[in-house]
Design a protein around this ligand. Structure first.
Ligand code: NAD
Length: 316
């Protein structure tokens, strides 16, 4: 039975990854310091194949059992978190990735870096293929996240080229689903909470900026396929269906049956104007494509959130 170590395993994506790896018959070691994750995301897992280590990956980590895969997902991911934790975000991308790679090297494990579409910045190529180098402002407020991930990718490739570590890089595009925190500031949980509370939906700018939203089960399936592929260069995983933020807000109002109105707020600094993955590589290499459409994914997310928790969620 392979053993998978998941850093950030108590977070939104990490906890779904732990669930799916266990379901597919792996042992799972979750490493998390609960900086942005919560114990309730993994509290339901009560099997002997699951182990949780409360540890900060910014510090060196030693594990006293064989490890076959290291999925490095630890990092603040929502703008609210990385703008609040700029140094932590840079350190987890740098020292955290260094330690996770070192662990993979010692255990001769395959390493998977959770990178992001944010490496493309405010893209001048649309949709974004893996060959695009990006358009990132290194010194803007978002730079702490974008550059941490770009550095993490460079470090991963250096460990692969110089140290022979078996590495993979997944560039994750906006993903949503159950266990997102209603107050994490990302568009879908914010709109859902606002709509279910009957409050106005706050759209940044004129809402013409676009995003592509992938449901979490599709994302996890793509990540595991990549882990099992033996491929080393970055691979985009995301849903290529592209929506403006205004369209998303209207769809949320419709799906929730809310009577909320839409209001506009100032656009954050360096907010990307467009975002859509080119997934030809994932399709050809991994035979992967998303299967859950936005309305279906929103309905599944609403079902899991529960009105009670949302009402207690407070303001954005
Ligand atoms: P999340 O905040 O829910 O999860 C991150 C987890 O990492 C949390 O459980 C947190 O406690 C943990 N963590 C943070 N710093 C740590 C440290 N120093 N040591 C140990 N654990 C630490 O975010 P998420 O949305 O699940 O994102 C997970 C990963 O996927 C991140 O690396 C993120 O950059 C990447 N990603 C996510 C998305 C998305 O749409 N959700 C998009 C692109 C990339």
């Amino acid at each position: 039975m392979p053993t998978c170590l998941v850093t950030g395993g108590a977070g939104f994506l990490g906890s779904h990854l732990c669930d799916e790896l266990l379901r597919r018959g792996n042992r799972v070691i979750c490493v998390d310091n609960f900086e942005t994750g919560v114990l309730t995301n993994i509290a339901h897992i009560r099997v002997p194949e699951f182990r949780h280590l409360h540890a900060d990956i910014i510090e060196p980590l030693h594990v006293d059992e064989p490890v076959d895969f290291v999925y490095h997902f630890a990092s603040p991911a929502s703008p609210i978190d990385y703008l609040r934790l700029p140094l932590h975000t840079l350190k987890v991308g740098a020292y955290g990735t260094h330690h996770a790679l070192g662990l993979a090297k010692r255990h001769r494990a395959r390493f998977v870096l959770a990178s992001t579409s944010e490496v493309y910045g405010d893209p001048q190529v649309h949709p974004q293929p893996e060959s695009y180098w990006g358009h990132v402002n290194p010194i803007g407020p978002r730079g702490v996240y974008d550059e941490a991930k770009r550095y993490a990718e460079a470090l991963t490739m250096a460990y692969h080229r110089q140290q022979g570590v078996d590495t993979a890089i997944v560039r994750i595009f906006n993903t949503y689903g159950p266990r997102m925190r209603p107050n994490d500031g990302r568009a879908i949980p914010t709109f859902l909470r606002q709509a279910l509370q009957g409050r106005p939906l706050t759209v940044f700018g004129d809402g013409a900026q676009t995003r592509s939203f992938c449901y979490v089960s599709d994302l996890v399936d793509g990540v595991i396929r990549l882990a099992e592929s033996g491929y080393h260069a970055p691979v985009n995983i995301g849903n290529p269906s592209e929506f403006t933020l205004l369209e998303l807000a209207r769809t949320v109002i419709e799906v929730t049956g809310s009577s909320s109105e839409i209001v506009h707020e100032a656009l954050p600094t360096d907010d990307p104007r467009v975002r859509r993955p080119d997934i030809s590589l994932a399709h050809d290499l991994l035979r992967w494509e998303p299967t859950v459409e936005l309305r279906e994914g929103l309905a599944l997310t609403i079902e899991s959130m529960g009105a009670e928790r949302l009402v207690g969620g407070g303001a954005a």
